[in-house]
Design a protein. Sequence first.
Lengths: 228, 176
Amino acid sequence: MSGLIEAREIALSFGETPALRGASARIEAGEIVAVTGPSGSGKSTLLHCLAGILAPDSGEVWFGDTRVDTLREAARSALRRDRFGFVFQFGQLVPELTAEENVALPLLLGGTRREAALRHARVLFDRLDLGGLERRRSGELSGGQAQRVALARGLVGEPAVIFADEPTGALDSLAGEQVMDLLVEAARERGTTVVLVTHEPRVAAFAGREIILRDGKVTSPVPDRVPS
Amino acid sequence: MSVPLTLLGLLDREPSHGYDLKRDYDTFFGRGKPLPYGQVYATLGRLARDGKVVISEIAPGSGPDRKQYVITDQGATEVHAWLDTAVEPEPHLQTVLFAKVVLALMTGRPAERYLETQRQLHMQRMRELTEVRRTGPLVDALLADHSLFHLEADLRWIELTGKRLDALAEQVRRPS
């Protein structure tokens, strides 16, 4: 039986350099999973393939009953926008927009009216300890605040899955812990699945289990438990 | 954890009865290993014998809890010196794991597997401590943080050793 997200023997090379060499992984709905492994082991590439950002050269990627890797780009883009949320290492906020506009962005792109989108976004500001920062632009936020805004943007569309690529990589320990605390708390409250790429054991320890990559292959066993 | 110095530190705060000292020790330092009353009073007895505490009053009745203990200048000097001295940096990785790795390489056994098994156990412990840190009071969270950083250091050693097993094997195997 399939999990919520599944990679089956996926391979992907960048030019002559193989990044993934037959990687398989299965993630159940509601799980918080850390993708770990040494630098260059293919962690981020696996996350990008699972999230439909990259299409593998071979193998299959599934999200529920949808085969993701064979979707046309427009359909993959819609899937990412409607079902997935993203948090990257450097927040990647749009500098011209205020914090609340940044958070509302996925809703605005999905066609929600501006007022409704901003109203929805503001709810997350208190939840993520960002009250009072709604009108600031990214240049006026600390690293930890900017990353919490990015987390709010990842959560605002109530996605089925949050993909987080080194979400604490640019933060000091305390700010990083706060982002992880909030991410895990929000995910547990909502039953959101989280796929987290990290090279830091302390961050990986927030997840329920690890998917360990070495040289483009998953070395941790694929769990064979059937979802209840 | 030095029980005598910790009790002295608690007495440096204020004179206390043995019962109060035990309660505070268990709350802040016990971490699931409460200090037996016998050890509390035996330690206080030794501190009194050595002139580091004195008994200031004995309430009517019987039993050790009638006594209130007060730190002396000598005791205070000792506890202040202890607090001012940095803790000796200790190698926290179990030497037994290092011994296993070397012995495994010497005898052609799977050293990688020992390291991986240890890594998984460390990660499991880190998950448990992370949950304590997330949900527990600040005292527990800070102690969990301390353990987490040490476990993380062990994991770095495990990772690095894993990459150097071939070189280590060459050094520890006898030439045939």
